[in-house]
Design a binder for this molecule. Structure first.
Ligand code: HEM
Length: 311
C-alpha cells in the first residue's frame, strides 16, 4: 500500500507527464509531494546531463573546498564510502556518459574524469565528479547532514548546513518547521533501503548559472518588471530531489538534479500554471523565493497565454 504522505502528490494540480514543472498545490500550501520511483531511475541521464557534467567539473576546479564538504567522523566516512559503491552500481547504461572498462574503472566520457576503483581514498570527491546530481548524506537516525557534494546550490551554502539536522537546515524556509518539519522527519526516519522517493520543486531566477550559492534577493527585485522584459530574462529552475537509505550505514542520501528552461520556452499550460502559482504565493514565501517584485509581471505573462483578463 502506498503511504498517505506519498500519495499526496497525485492530488495536487498538474501531474502531466510532459510538464516541465512539478505538481503545484492551488491554492498555495507547502507539500511533501513525494512519490516512489524505481531504484533504476535514481540517477536519470536526462537531456542536459553531459553539458552539466562539464559545468560541474568547472565548478569543482574553481570552488572544490566550498562545494565538497564532510564532517571528520567515522559515520561520515563510512557513509560516503558506501554512497560511492551504491552510485557506481546505479549508473544507468549510457555508454556516451559512463564508459566502464574490464578492471572496474569508470570514465566520465564528457569530462574525461576517471574512477579507477570504488575503494578510492576520497569517495565523496569521486561521487562529486561521477554524476551531475548534487548529493547530501544525512545520518540515518539524527538526520544530521554528514557530508555533501553540492556544485549547483540554489542560493545556499553547504558550510551553513553541515552538522545541522534536517529541520534546522530549513530554518530560512517560511512555514517549513510548522507545516512540514514533522512529516519530513517521519518520512526520512521510516525510509527503507528498498524504497527510492522523488519530489520536485521550482524557482525562478534571472540568471542561468547553475552554481548560485549567494542569496541576493535585491538582484531580482531591482530589474525592470515589465512582463515582456521578465519573460526574456527569467529562467525556471526545477530540482528533481531523490531520497534513499543506504543499506549498510543506514545513512539517508538526498540527491538534487537541477534542470532549467527559459520561461519563454515553457509550454502554454506550464506558463499559465507557473503564473498562477507565483500570484498565489503568500507574501512570506514570495519574499523567500525573491519574487515579490515580479509577481504582477509574471501574472501578466500567464494571463497573455490563457487569455484571462487582467485582474
Ligand atoms: C521530503 C523531504 C523534503 C521536503 C518536503 C523539503 C522541502 C523544502 C522546501 C519547501 C524548501 C523551500 C524551497 C523553495 O520553495 O524554494 C526547501 C529548501 C531547502 N531544502 Fe528541503 N525538503 C526536504 C528534504 C531536504 C533534505 C533531506 C535536505 C538535506 C540537505 C534539504 C535541504 C534543503 C535546503 C538546503 C534548502 C534551502 C534552504 C535555504 O534557503 O537555506 N531538504 N526544502
Amino acid at each position: 500500500m502506498v503511504p498517505r504522505l506519498l500519495r499526496s502528490a497525485a492530488r495536487q494540480d498538474g501531474g502531466v507527464a510532459s510538464s516541465f514543472l512539478p505538481p503545484i498545490a492551488s491554492p498555495f500550501r507547502l507539500t511533501v509531494g513525494l512519490r516512489r520511483i524505481a531504484a533504476t531511475s535514481w540517477i536519470d541521464a536526462d537531456d542536459n546531463y553531459e553539458a552539466d557534467l562539464v559545468e560541474r567539473e568547472r565548478v569543482l576546479d574553481a570552488h572544490r573546498d566550498d562545494v565538497v564538504q564532510s564532517l571528520a567522523t567515522d559515520a561520515s566516512r563510512s557513509a560516503c564510502a558506501e554512497l560511492l559503491d551504491v552510485l557506481v552500481a546505479s549508473l544507468p547504461g549510457a555508454p556516451a556518459i559512463w564508459a566502464r572498462s574490464e578492471g572496474g574503472a569508470v570514465e566520465v566520457v564528457p569530462t574525461g574524469w576517471r574512477l579507477e576503483s570504488a575503494t578510492t581514498t576520497d569517495p565523496l570527491d569521486a561521487a562529486a565528479h561521477l554524476v551531475a546530481d548534487d548529493l547530501c548524506v544525512l545520518d540515518g537516525e539524527t538526520l544530521v547532514l554528514l557530508a555533501g557534494a553540492v556544485c549547483f546550490p540554489n542560493r545556499w551554502r553547504l558550510s551553513d548546513k553541515l552538522g545541522r539536522a534536517v529541520t534546522d537546515i530549513h530554518d530560512p524556509v517560511p512555514r517549513y518547521r510548522d507545516e512540514l518539519g514533522d512529516r519530513v522527519t517521519q518520512v526520512l526516519t521510516k525510509l527503507r533501503p528498498d524504497t527510492v522517493l522523488e519530489r520536485r520543486n521550482w524557482s525562478i531566477l534571472l540568471d542561468p548559472t547553475l552554481h548560485q550559492p549567494e542569496y541576493a534577493p535585491s538582484l531580482i527585485e531591482h530589474v525592470d518588471t515589465d512582463a515582456g522584459h521578465i519573460g526574456e530574462l527569467a529562467w525556471v529552475r526545477v530540482e528533481r530531489q531523490t531520497l534513499r537509505r543506504l543499506p549498510q550505514s543506514g545513512a539517508v542520501v538526498f540527491g538534487i538534479r537541477t534542470r532549467q528552461r527559459k520561461l519563454t520556452d515553457l509550454g502554454d499550460d506550464d506558463r499559465d500554471r507557473l503564473a498562477r502559482a507565483v500570484t498565489e504565493l503568500p507574501a512570506d514565501m514570495a519574499a523567500y523565493k525573491s519574487l515579490t517584485g515580479l509577481r504582477s509581471a509574471l501574472g501578466d505573462i500567464g494571463r497573455r497565454v490563457s487569455g484571462r483578463p487582467p485582474s
